[in-house]
Design a protein around this ligand. Structure first.
Ligand SMILES: *Cc1c(COP(=O)(O)O)cnc(C)c1O
Length: 469
């Protein structure tokens, strides 16, 4: 350890020589340098020269209540003095018990059992294995296949990639993967001309039904990102699809796995996106060809949502502090494993399963939701951002402005092939961390963002759009 603080340039060059950065072509860092971060506070990240960046993507969608949050920090300090880690096979501890109980109370009805993993991809792996093992234990060993939506993203380990349909992440590893079938995505951007998002979602649900009809005897589960397909480019769809998917999965005896790794923890306006499966009327999202900005009602509580058979939670659960994932399942699934024989049990573990520090960070995060009435506050914040963002949503080069809860996205018609990189670089020059996916720019800020910070985010983004169109 050095006892003097490094310089930006020093840290970057050491990083490039020793660290293999994720999701990157390392050579590109020659032209688009790494950003060294010394510390964070609230929505801001700072480098070693105190230059700041507004973290509008919540550090890859994980941060909820800002960097260096005093309340989460205090909980972690306290936990450090008690127990940092103990194995969860044969042992238990207070944070994991309390977190499981509180999630059981918060989650859609019927999800009473929490199984722990370390990250999102491992949650996907666990759910796939658990689903197939359930069918095996209940006398249906042929049900070993899965389906996901087109452009789905459920993680990048080999099993998770088998239900992931983002070519960039998948193609190089194709020969290693037992690729599963996809069904057409209800992504409202693909609605026919003049077709409502709801009508399109119902049409896509018919395609799902046709697939289930043909293949249900070998299908274990349908895995889906409820309401928003994040890595697809924040593809938003009408909630009626979820309601139909639930009914169809029941009808054809196929599990429904709700991957709420990105959309859970209040991100779509309710604690879990599945709570919004009962569609409001009139439809909240206009089909393509309608230039009316989409202003959904973030957080509008629709009490009759759906309960999936499996609910996957990760990313925001620890407030963005520590890796943790949870697979919640129903009593029916749990009971199918309860037996005298070891081989009928669910045989899966990770070294850090149920880590006490991560669970404690999650409990502190849930406390903040409760103490600050976060879902209500977020509704006002989202309405404010929608109001001030009119110059973006109405911009002639901006298409498909859309919003669900605390997620905003739009496409920019730009002549630049490398739009995403240019936007990222210009963002940094303008104190913003923006990380477009192709032509899609999105905001997914920490919930602690203030009105002043939203003004800055919107104003500077508009400047960047102007520069790139
Ligand atoms: C991020 C994400 C994952 C994978 O989580 P990791 O922690 O990155 O492995 C899975 N599903 C969805 C919907 C995600 O957004």
């Amino acid at each position: 350890m050095q006892n003097t603080s490094p310089t930006n340039a020093d840290l970057v060059s050491r990083s490039l020589s020793a660290v293999w950065h994720p999701c990157s072509q390392m050579k590109h860092y020659e032209s688009f340098p790494l950003v060294p971060i010394a510390r964070g506070s609230g929505v801001w990240l700072y480098d070693f020269d105190n230059k700041r960046y507004l973290d509008s993507v919540s550090s890859w969608w994980v941060n909820l209540f800002g960097h260096a949050n005093p309340r989460i920090n205090a909980a972690l300090h306290d936990q450090l003095d008690r127990i940092e880690h103990v194995m969860l096979a044969g042992f238990t501890h207070e944070p994991v018990v309390e977190l499981s109980e509180r999630l059981r109370d918060l989650a859609p009805k019927g999800l009473g059992h929490c199984f722990y993993g370390s990250d999102g991809a491992s949650a996907t792996e666990i759910a796939l294995k658990m689903s197939a093992h359930y069918w095996r234990n209940t006398g249906n060993p042929a049900k070993t296949q899965f389906i996901s939506l087109q452009n789905s993203y459920h993680g990048e380990t080999l099993g998770a990639l088998s239900v992931t349909d983002v070519a960039l992440f998948r193609d190089a590893y194709g020969p290693l993967i037992r690729q599963q079938a996809t069904v057409v995505s209800p992504d409202a951007r693909n609605a026919g001309y003049g077709e409502s998002a709801e009508a399109f979602a119902l049409r896509c649900a018919d395609a799902l039904e046709a697939h289930l009809q043909r293949h249900h005897t070998e299908l274990a589960a349908f895995i889906i990102e409820p309401l928003v397909q994040g890595a697809a480019g924040m593809a938003m769809y009408h909630p009626v699809y979820l309601k139909r998917a639930r009914a169809l999965c029941d009808q054809y005896h196929v599990h429904l796995i709700a991957d709420e790794i990105a959309v859970g923890m209040g991100r779509t306006g309710t604690m879990f996106a599945c709570e919004q499966a009962n569609p409001p009327s009139p439809p909240f999202y206009k089909g393509r060809g309608d230039s009316t900005p989409i202003t959904s009602s973030p957080g509008e509580v629709r009490p009759d949502g759906i309960s999936p058979d499996f609910l996957l939670i990760s990313k925001g659960i620890t407030g963005g502090y520590l890796p943790l994932s949870i697979v919640m399942s129903t009593d029916t699934i749990y009971q199918a494993f309860y037996d005298d024989k070891t081989v009928r049990g669910f045989l899966h573990s990770h070294s850090y399963t149920g880590n006490p520090l991560a669970c404690r960070a999650a409990l502190a995060t849930l406390d903040i939701f409760q103490q600050d009435d976060v879902l209500t506050t977020n509704r006002a914040k989202a309405a404010f951002l929608n109001r001030i963002a009119a110059p973006i949503s109405c911009h002639p080069r901006v298409k498909n402005w859309r919003n669900t809860g605390m997620i905003w996205a739009f496409e920019v018609e730009s002549p630049h092939q490398d739009f995403a990189q240019r936007c990222f670089s210009l963002g940094l020059q303008n104190e913003l961390l923006l990380r477009p996916m192709g032509q899609t720019v999105y905001f997914m800020p920490p919930y602690v963002i203030t009105e002043e910070e939203m003004q800055l985010l919107v104003g500077r983004t508009l400047t960047i759009i102007e520069a790139l169109t």
